[in-house]
Ligand binder design. Structure first.
Ligand SMILES: C[S@@+](CC[C@H](N)C(=O)[O-])C[C@H]1O[C@@H](n2cnc3c(N)ncnc32)[C@H](O)[C@@H]1O
Length: 705
């Protein structure tokens, strides 16, 4: 480059000496200026070993070390699988060295597939279980995966749809706390900072595409080892965002730093995108709020949303509530099993409202007609119309108690007959949060490790966050978004999902989370498992990985209220709301493992089952999933799939008859047919062409930079 410039200047000099001299001066001034920004070795390409993934012809693979062998790979070359043949001793692969001419044959079970981040992947999801206690609320999702691939997958399911990302990435402590290109990074590694930056940058660039550009937040925790570099990286990756760093005490007794101040805090970067700003809260974060002091929703839906929310679950709670001119005028009696809405007695001029769910199924009210009538007479029941949709709301016992203590203040019954209520002035006083947090509830040991021990007495996870620290950080940005989508792609023990569930409990919200974590074991566990002649990919090894052994059991315990050993959880949540952990949380969660599909199989419409969960996630992870292909079409609560274009007419009718359908997936190779069918569907339904949009998403968005 410098040489090219010199030649050019020489040429200029031959024509105009003074111009050349001026140019030389300017160039030398520029050259003295230090380049601004973060420069680091990009470490391309990043690869990851996909244990358990079936080896196919065309794959890149490496040879596994013999069982029981520690240390670096005996053969670290990457090979391409040319052919696979069946032999008596099992399947054999013919391999070609990718960088040399060598060829060899190796048994399939001695190979591991390599994913090079520059190559496209075609992801699918395989369900590995679910917990359902949340009625018709959307599902939280946990994905066992390499997060780079999970983020790519989310480009298909959730591009621009994420309201908040909370991540607690490896801090690069030098103590083998993370892996780059399948190897632990230790303090001796001269490239450890640039490796960490390359690793983070690739993932943050994808995360950026998932965040809602008009209003969302990225929250990243970090400590003194990488906070300076991370700050610059965030500035470069999110140039238009408003970035602020908070210092947060997480270990009040302090950990020793022989050469410096004892470390009590860590840092939290808030990257606010679009119009996102932190909301006010009952404390400025320099101290815990005194007393019960929080604004939650005062009125709650009388139609039950948690477990057991169907008419059949409690027939006595399925009855008409009569409304006229915005007022509730009478409470009817439960219908007999043979009766249907419309069979109720008439109340002149009034309409009968039943607990009907968004998808048209018959739900039930929280209480029987007698209690409803008592509530009505006291002004504790009201008709609420939100975006044209009427619903019945009521005051729960806790809110009625708050009225008695003065936390809630009533201005009396209004014309519609219900109480006009607000939070009492002192109780609800809200303040702007400050940037130095000193919250005893954010103690990582007390409210991270200890809570995990209560939930999983038989298991250990290093360095979880305080549950309340995550909850507080998120609340500033999604506290007023009861339907927010929150992502954590370094989920570890699942603290973020747990915190989102608690936020929902506080205001009857329907937020949902997506948690991604790999199934790594620690460096020490790895040594033990190798000594037992195990290898990654073996069921006994994978069962001890973080996702399977920690994340899933922790969230299962949080929801069910029972520990990983089956006993009711001891202890109470101790935060702005206190209740026994054994109550559990009324939420739904679905667990998945990311799979790697063959695009030819998907394009030929032979791989529907593998990508089926992606369609369900795209439609909001709510209600039932369409898990298998049919000959015509299938429609569930939130989406539909048209498999045979001939069935477009009945498909459109089925979609129209369900008000709740948000997305229609149309399987066709023909863009014109796709447009024609899209035209038949209600305008609010998003249409997606399969498998074109799926395949295109991954062809475009590969890790090539
Ligand atoms: C510091 S921990 C997060 C702890 C979490 N905040 C909690 O409270 O439990 C980081 C987690 O990210 C996971 N992880 C690291 N690299 C990953 C990768 N490339 N893909 C997926 N997960 C990864 C690790 O397994 C680890 O559990």
């Amino acid at each position: 480059m410098a040489n090219d410039l010199k030649n050019l200047l020489d040429r200029v000099e031959r024509v105009d000496r003074s111009l050349a001299s001026e140019l030389r001066q300017q160039i030398s001034t520029l050259a003295r200026r230090r380049e601004f920004g973060l420069n680091f070795e990009k470490h391309k390409p990043e690869t990851v070993e996909l244990y358990g993934r079936t080896v196919r012809a065309g794959d890149k693979v490496r040879l596994l070390n013999p069982r029981g062998q520690h240390g670096p790979r005996e053969d670290s070359r990457t090979w391409r699988v040319k052919t696979i043949t069946k032999a008596k001793a099992g399947h054999q692969a013919r391999l070609q060295d990718l960088e040399g001419d060598d060829e060899q044959t190796a048994p399939l079970d001695e190979l591991v597939v390599i994913a090079d981040f520059r190559d496209p992947i075609y992801p699918g999801l395989r369900s590995t279980g679910s917990i359902r206690r949340g009625g018709d609320k959307p599902h939280h999702v946990v994905i066992n995966a390499e997060n780079f691939h999970a983020l790519e997958t989310m480009l298909f399911t959730s591009q621009g749809a994420v309201d908040a990302i909370y991540i607690d990435p490896p801090y690069n402590s030098g103590a083998k706390d993370w892996k780059y290109n399948n190897d632990y990074v230790d303090g001796e590694d001269a490239y450890r900072h640039s490796k960490w930056l390359s690793f983070m940058e690739r993932r943050l660039k994808l995360a950026r595409k998932l965040l809602n550009p008009t209003n969302s937040v990225l929250i990243v925790t970090i400590d003194e080892k990488e906070y300076l570099r991370l700050g610059l990286l965030l500035e470069q990756t999110f140039p238009e965002a408003n970035i602020q760093m908070v210092s947060s005490v997480i270990n009040p007794s302090g950990s020793q730093r022989p050469l410096g101040f004892w470390r009590t805090d860590e840092y939290i970067f808030f990257v606010a995108i679009g119009s996102a700003v932190p909301s006010s809260w009952v404390t400025d974060m320099t101290k815990e709020a005194g007393g019960p002091a929080q604004r939650r929703a005062i009125w709650n839906s009388l139609r039950r949303r948690g477990a057991g929310n169907l008419r059949v679950d409690r027939p006595g709670c399925f009855y008409p509530i009569y409304v006229r001119d915005g007022s509730i005028v009478a409470i009817g009696s439960p219908l007999s099993p043979q009766e249907q809405p419309g069979d109720e007695p008439d109340v002149p001029g009034a309409t009968a409202m039943y607990p009907i769910k968004e998808d048209g199924t018959q739900g039930r009210y929280e209480c029987n007609p007698k209690t409803a009538e008592e509530l009505r007479l006291k002004g504790y029941l009201r008709l609420k119309v939100h975006r044209g949709e009427p619903s019945i709301q009521y005051l729960r016992k806790s809110e009625i108690q708050r009225l008695a203590t003065g936390e809630l203040v009533s201005r009396g019954q209004n014309e519609q007959g219900y109480l006009e209520i607000d939070w009492g002035a002192e109780v609800a006083r809200q303040v702007k949060p400050k940037s130095a947090w000193n919250m005893p509830s954010h103690d990582a040991d007390q409210n991270g490790s200890r809570i995990n021990r209560l939930l999983m007495p038989d298991r250990k996870f290093p360095y979880p966050k305080s549950l309340y620290a995550v909850e507080d950080a998120l609340r500033f940005f999604v506290g007023d978004k009861p339907d927010a989508l929150i992502l954590d792609f370094f989920a570890g023990s699942g603290t973020t999902a747990h915190a989102v569930m608690r936020l929902n409990k506080q205001d009857s919200g329907c937020r949902r989370s997506i948690s991604v974590t790999n199934n790594e074991v620690s460096a020490a566990e790895q040594r033990e498992l190798l000594a037992k002649m195990l290898r990654p990919g073996d069921p006994d090894w994978e069962a001890l990985g973080i996702c399977e052994y920690i994340t899933k059991p922790r969230l299962t315990a949080a929801i069910t209220g029972h520990t990983s050993t089956g006993a009711p959880i001891k202890g109470d949540y101790k935060s702005i709301d206190e209740f026994p952990m054994s109550d559990g949380l009324e939420e739904n969660v679905e667990f998945f493992t990311l799979t790697y599909e063959d695009p030819r199989v998907v394009a030929a419409d032979l791989g529907f089952e593998a990508i089926a969960p992606l369609l369900w996630m795209h439609a909001g992870a709510i209600g039932e999933q369409i898990i298998a292909r049919t000959d015509t079409y299938a429609v569930v609560d939130s989406y539909g799939v048209l498999f045979a274009i001939d069935a477009a007419g009945p498909f459109a009718k089925a979609v129209e008859s369900k008000n709740s359908v948000r997305v229609a997936f149309i399987v066709t190779d023909d863009e014109k047919q796709f447009q024609r069918v899209s035209g038949l569907l209600p305008s609010q339904v998003e249409t997606v062409r399969l498998y074109e949009s799926y395949l295109r998403t991954f062809e475009i968005n590969t890790g090539k930079e």
